[in-house]
Design a binder for this molecule. Structure first.
Ligand SMILES: NC(=O)c1ccc[n+]([C@@H]2O[C@H](COP(=O)([O-])OP(=O)(O)OC[C@H]3O[C@@H](n4cnc5c(N)ncnc54)[C@H](OP(=O)(O)O)[C@@H]3O)[C@@H](O)[C@H]2O)c1
Length: 290
C-alpha cells in the first residue's frame, strides 16, 4: 500500500506559519505535522522521528519543510537537519524561511524572461537581507555582474565575500547607497535593477531610474507602500515604463507561489534532496520551461 505523504513543518516561531501550512495543503500533502518554537537542540530527535519510522524504500513519502519568519534560525535548523541524516536514513528537505528562497528565485526568473543573465549588469538594492543576498547569489551564479548595494559598504562587502565563497568566478562589486549619486551612477550602466528593501521602505526615486539608457528590467520586492522603486505598482507584472519591464512584489508573487508548491511536490520524488536557494531556482526554471 502506498504510504501517505507526510510533511514535517519545523518552525522556530512561537506559532507555526499558517501561510506555510496552507501552501502545504494546496500542494497535495496528505498530512502536515507542525512543530513550532523549534530549537536547534531539539532538531535531531525530531528528524529521528521522521527517519526511523518508515523503511528506506518509503522514506521519500516523508519530507521536512523549514519555514517561519526567522531566516537565520531557519538556516541553522537546516544545518541541524542535514547533520542528523546518515547513509540512506534521510528525507528530503526544503528550506524557505520567510519565503526568501522562493521569492529570490521568482525575481531572478522574472529578469531571465527578458535578459540573458550571463553578463547582465545588475544592481541589487538592499542586497544584505535574506532575499536580496539570495538574489545576488543566484544572479552571480548565472554569470551576471552584480552591484551589491547597502546603506553600509561593510555590509555590502560581507555579502560579496559570502557569495564569492559560494560561487566560483562570481563578479560582484559592493556599493554604499549613502554616497551621493552612487546609485544613479551604477544604474547608468545597469540592465537590471532589483530592490529587496525592507517592507515600506522606498529605495529609489522615479527620476533616478526610469530614464536610464540601458535599463531593461526593474523588480521591486516590497509590497508595502511606499514602493521600494518609486513608480512600480506592487501588482505590476511585465508592465512597460519607457523601455523598462516592471514587476512589483505581488506581480512576482504568482511565480513565487508556483515555485513553492512545485518544490513541495519535488520533495516526495526521492528522499535525498536538500532544496535551498539554487535548487529552488532550478525548480523554478523547470516549471517555467515546461
Ligand atoms: N513577494 C513575496 O512573496 C515576498 C516574500 C518575502 C519577502 N518579500 C519582501 O522582500 C523584501 C526583502 O525581504 P527581506 O526579508 O530580505 O527584507 P529585510 O531583511 O527586512 O530588509 C532588507 C534590507 O533592507 C534594508 N533596510 C532595512 N531598513 C531600512 C531602512 N529603514 N532604510 C533603508 N533600507 C533599509 C537593509 O539593507 P541595508 O541595511 O544593507 O541597507 C536590509 O538588509 C521585503 O520588502 C519583503 O517584504 C516579499
Amino acid at each position: 500500500m502506498t504510504k501517505p505523504h507526510l510533511l514535517i513543518q519545523l518552525d522556530p516561531d512561537q506559532h507555526a506559519s499558517v501561510f506555510d501550512a496552507v501552501v502545504a495543503a494546496d500542494s497535495g500533502v496528505d498530512h502536515l505535522l507542525q512543530y513550532h518554537g523549534v530549537q536547534i537542540e531539539q532538531v535531531e530527535s525530531l528528524v529521528h522521528g521522521a527517519i526511523f519510522t518508515r523503511g528506506p524504500a518509503d522514506l521519500h513519502q516523508t519530507a521536512i519543510f523549514i519555514g517561519g519568519t526567522d531566516v537565520t534560525a531557519g538556516e541553522a535548523i537546516l544545518d541541524a537537519v542535514t547533520a542528523s541524516f546518515f547513509g540512506p536514513m534521510r528525507v528530503s528537505v526544503l528550506m524557505d524561511s520567510n519565503g526568501a528562497n522562493t521569492t529570490a528565485a521568482a525575481a531572478v526568473l522574472a529578469a531571465a524572461e527578458h535578459l540573458a543573465l550571463q553578463d547582465t549588469r545588475a544592481v541589487v538594492l538592499a542586497a544584505t537581507g535574506p532575499v536580496g543576498s539570495r538574489v545576488a547569489r543566484l544572479l552571480a551564479r548565472q554569470g551576471s555582474h552584480v552591484t551589491v548595494a547597502s546603506r553600509r559598504l561593510d555590509r555590502a562587502q560581507e555579502v560579496c565575500d559570502d557569495v564569492t565563497q559560494r560561487v566560483e568566478g562570481a563578479q560582484l562589486s559592493p556599493l554604499a547607497t549613502s554616497v551621493e549619486g552612487a546609485v544613479e551612477a551604477a544604474l547608468e550602466r545597469a540592465d537590471l535593477l532589483i530592490a529587496a528593501g525592507a517592507a515600506g521602505i522606498q529605495l529609489v526615486k522615479l527620476d533616478n531610474w526610469s530614464h536610464q539608457p540601458q535599463l531593461r528590467v526593474a523588480i521591486d520586492l516590497n509590497a508595502v507602500p511606499p514602493a521600494g522603486i518609486e513608480g512600480i505598482d506592487a501588482t505590476a507584472r511585465n508592465v512597460m515604463l519607457n523601455q523598462v519591464a516592471c514587476y512589483g512584489a505581488i506581480g512576482v508573487g504568482n511565480t513565487k507561489m508556483k515555485i513553492h508548491k512545485a518544490a513541495l511536490r519535488y520533495l516526495f520524488q526521492t528522499n535525498d534532496q536538500v532544496l535551498n536557494a539554487e535548487e529552488v531556482y532550478a525548480i523554478g526554471q523547470d516549471i517555467l520551461s515546461s
